[in-house]
Design a binder for this molecule. Structure first.
Ligand SMILES: [Zn+2]
Length: 306
């Protein structure tokens, strides 16, 4: 991965310090940086802890990302509490996105690129330049931090960027793993420039996020899909789009079908689309409980534990 090596001296110093210290020191440094800059912090699992410390009943095995507390309430901006939490045991720091408040009561929006430059590509395709905002490098790409107007009530939906952006957005009731955290692959989450604050999100991005995604050939796709002919949606994104495209009468059927395909993919060692399906189902209008029940029964039918 190519990273900017011309960052200011303090940035270099912090990065250097994070890289040369042990895994147990970097999370504390990252957490302290976050609260000092007004980002509410809470602890998540750390991949080097003996077992996942996530609050969930059963762990899906993806280490280092599961919240250790009820993060929508149990975040802190208190340095002393951060010391207590992160000096005691191995924990990854995470940011409670919905609890962040910016200028003019703006809300935090994190653009999560699954590969380096993914969001820059989206901007370029629209004749725009991606702004140099606060950035945290992740295992696969980067998190870009931006402020968005509270009135937009953004969530985790991609809007019209669905299918165009190689990544996700996080706003509202969501969290992101913060700088100083260790990814299961051994990559450290790092600030690109500790002195660069979040900028206001560009208007074109906000427009895109509040615009409904466009899907074509809905009936054809559904019939094709139910007959398992070529052209059926696959992969987390395809299956989520398929669920999102449901009308009230066929939401559960489509979710069940998509969840069966997702379970098959997961069983065969592919990516697990469960989270994407859950999100799509809720956005399509199902309650989280209904969606979870349908997904669970689809996984059970396929012999995969959800
Ligand atoms: Zn876990």
């Amino acid at each position: 991965m190519t990273r900017n090596t011309n960052a200011p001296t303090e940035a270099g110093a912090l990065r250097g310090r994070l890289e040369t210290t042990t895994a147990s020191v970097a999370p504390l440094d990252g957490a302290l940086w976050l609260v000092r800059h007004g980002f509410p912090v809470f602890p998540c699992d750390h991949p080097e802890a003996p077992r996942c410390v996530g609050l969930h009943k059963t762990c899906d095995g993806s280490r280092g990302k599961h919240p250790a507390v009820a993060f929508t309430r149990a975040w802190t901006l208190d340095e002393r509490k951060v010391h207590e939490t992160f000096a005691r045991g191995l924990r990854n720091p995470a940011v409670a996105v919905g609890a962040c408040s910016g200028p003019d009561e703006a809300r935090l929006l994190v653009v999560d690129s699954d590969r380096q430059g993914a969001i820059e590509d989206v901007a370029a395709a629209r004749g725009e330049t991606w702004p140099a905002t606060m950035r945290v490098w992740t295992a696969k790409g980067h998190h870009d931090y931006l402020w968005a107007p509270a009135a937009l009530r953004l969530g985790n939906g991609l809007g019209s960027l669905q299918g165009q952006f190689d990544g996700d957005v996080r706003a509202g009731n969501a969290y992101v793993i913060g700088p100083g955290a260790l990814h299961a692959t051994g990559v450290l989450y790092e600030l690109e420039d500790p002195e660069r604050p979040p900028l206001f999100a560009p208007a074109w991005l906000l427009d895109a996020l509040v615009t409904k995604p466009q899907y074509t050939a809905r009936r054809t796709q559904w019939r094709d899909a139910s007959r398992s002919t070529p052209g059926q949606p696959r992969g987390a994104r395809g299956l989520a789009a398929f669920v999102l495209d449901s009308r009230p009468g066929d939401r559960n059927n489509r979710l069940f079908w998509a969840a069966c395909r997702a379970a098959e993919d997961a069983r065969d060692g592919g990516e697990d689309a469960q989270d994407a399906l859950m999100e799509a189902a809720v956005r399509a209008g199902l309650s989280a409980q209904e969606a979870a029940t349908t997904i669970r029964s689809a996984y059970k039918r396929t012999g995969v534990t959800a």
